[in-house]
Design a protein around this ligand. Structure first.
Ligand SMILES: [Zn+2]
Length: 288
């Protein structure tokens, strides 16, 4: 049973070092989960944070779409989500998501750990450093972070090792293209994405990755293919029911891999490119 507790100014007496952004299926079986509400300068995150322990590591779970899945991908407050996680102490984030496969060999049940990202969203705020004043009067400067390698190399290693440890051979690398949604792609769009050499298509991986980088957080995604995207199959195209069915069929083993990945994430001082994202940049604001 979760204890509800209000965390003033995003501070919690009981923090976490690792964040997991994903469905409620990932933490609902944990014992001693503490629910806290966190406010941010950007508004409210998708839901409360649910703090628990996995393999001795403190983890904050955040349901990306809110409880009951009421937020479509384009209405998720991504800035508040990443800020809230950082404010309770999180420095490494795992953000698993469901995707469509863009190649016939990436059928339902494929686990792919991307190493590249393409943004085809249209309406999403994707920076903290926009020159707009925060409620406390501080003003973020306009700065530009590097995103050549959008995912944490250490997090990717942990995710790949965790999948192999569960006999679920993952696809190591590939490009996740993120579309605006909430509709699925047309066949023409899907064929175009495939022709560009991209691997899987989703709706939430952007701007999560870039906002994490802007806060100096390590971010890794693990994508579960729930369907062949419209261009890669010959039937009716993707349906919401089919996506939910395949996700439900895989959620148990995905949770096992996720928890093993949590355990395998580096401990102590981080030493990866994510930690150096803000080196030499004057952001003008204090990160939580
Ligand atoms: Zn990192």
């Amino acid at each position: 049973m979760a204890n509800a507790e209000r965390a003033a100014n995003g501070r919690s007496s009981q923090g976490a070092e690792i964040g997991v952004i994903g469905g409620s299926g990932f933490y609902s079986f944990l014992e001693d989960v503490t629910e806290i509400q966190v406010d941010t300068p950007y508004g409210s995150p998708s839901d409360s944070l649910f703090l628990g322990e996995v393999a001795g590591r403190r983890v904050a779970f955040l349901p990306r779409h809110g409880r009951g899945h009421h937020l479509p991908p384009h209405r998720i407050n991504y800035r508040a989500n990443l800020w809230a996680l950082r404010s309770v102490g999180v420095r490494q984030v795992l953000g698993p998501c469901a995707v469509g496969g863009l190649r016939p060999e990436y059928g339902p049940g494929t686990l792919l750990v991307p190493d590249q990202l393409v943004d085809r969203t249209k309406s999403r705020v994707q920076t903290y450093y926009d020159g707009c004043p925060l409620p406390d009067g501080t003003v973020p400067n306009v700065v530009h972070v590097a995103l050549a390698d959008p995912y944490c190399p250490e997090g990717r290693k942990a995710a790949l090792a965790a999948a192999r440890g569960r006999d679920w051979e993952p696809v190591d690398g590939g490009t996740l293209v993120v579309v605006e949604g909430p509709r699925f792609s047309t066949r023409a769009e899907s064929r175009w994405h495939a022709a560009m050499g991209w691997s899987v298509v989703g709706m939430t991986g952007h701007p999560e990755a870039v906002l994490a980088r802007e806060l100096g957080l390590c971010y890794t995604t693990m994508t579960l293919v729930t369907d062949l995207d419209a261009g890669a199959e010959t039937g009716e195209g993707v349906s919401h029911e089919e996506v939910l069915r395949v996700f439900a069929a895989n959620v148990d083993r995905l949770r096992s891999v996720l928890f093993d990945a949590v355990e395998a994430l580096p401990t102590g001082e981080r030493d990866c490119l994510c930690t150096r994202a803000l080196d030499g940049l004057d952001t003008g604001i204090r990160l939580p």
